[in-house]
Design a protein around this ligand. Structure first.
Ligand code: SF4
Length: 235
């Protein structure tokens, strides 16, 4: 994993893109009081496959409200967890993954407590998180960036990956981890962790509007001039 930030033509494209995204969609800044604990973000990601963010937010909040701690949630049977994860698209998969992940962390650390990650470099913390069941790069980066850790780590979802591929900023078939590894060194070095979080949230907006999976609206897109796909098909 490469986290060194440095100059690259693509860095200037990302700067331009950020300005255009903000002009089009407005600011999407996560206020400090909306940052959740690293453990909350981890659980949210582990149960969140193919599920809308609002549903995963509600499931994560209600588990914590009912049981008071993630250690108590880890003691639930898979069946009891599944009954409480009915908002998720795949409740049985989410229940098994969550149980496996929480209990693996307890086996290694004694409890579901990620505070020790604040002593690690971001790349080492991400590598450690990815050793647990159900934790891949998107979630590990989210734990470091979108939680109270507030570290420089870019969260890559399907929208983000597709847009970076179409623009030619990452390889056409790059998976999430490869997209992350390609983007981290070329992010504008002046971007804060909050800017990186906002960049991801804005790209998600672009992916939900103009740059949808099918039939991207390139003629109307503000990114067309910097986009391989847009300039090739509508230049
Ligand atoms: S120009 Fe087209 S392919 Fe490129 S980002 Fe915009 S909508 Fe997506």
């Amino acid at each position: 994993m490469q986290l060194n930030l440095g100059p690259d033509d693509r860095t200037q494209i990302l700067r331009r893109l950020q300005g255009r995204l903000i002009a089009a969609f407005g600011r999407i800044v996560r206020p400090p009081e909306k940052r959740r604990s690293p453990e909350w973000v981890l659980v949210h990601g582990v149960i969140g496959a193919q599920t809308k963010t609002a549903a995963s937010n509600a499931s994560t909040d209600s588990l914590l409200a009912e049981f008071g701690s993630w250690d108590e949630v880890a003691r639930l049977s898979i069946q009891d967890l599944e009954a409480r994860l009915q908002r998720q698209t795949f409740p049985s998969v989410a229940a098994k993954r969550l149980s496996d992940c929480l209990n693996a962390i307890i086996a290694e650390r004694g409890s579901v407590d990620l505070r020790h990650l604040s002593n690690l470099e971001t790349d080492a913390a991400i590598a450690w998180l990815e050793t647990f069941p159900g934790v891949a790069r998107k979630n590990a980066a989210g734990v470091m960036n979108a939680s109270t850790f507030n570290r420089k780590a870019i969260v890559i979802d399907g929208h983000h990956r597709r847009i970076m591929q179409r623009m030619g900023i990452v390889a056409a078939k790059a998976d999430t981890a490869k997209t992350f590894d390609a983007l981290m060194p070329i992010l504008p070095p002046e971007w804060s962790a909050e800017d990186i979080d906002e960049h991801h949230l804005l790209l998600k907006k672009l992916g939900q509007t103009l740059c949808r999976p099918r039939m991207p609206q390139c003629p109307n897109c503000f990114a067309k001039g910097d986009c391989d796909h847009g300039s090739r098909t509508h230049g």
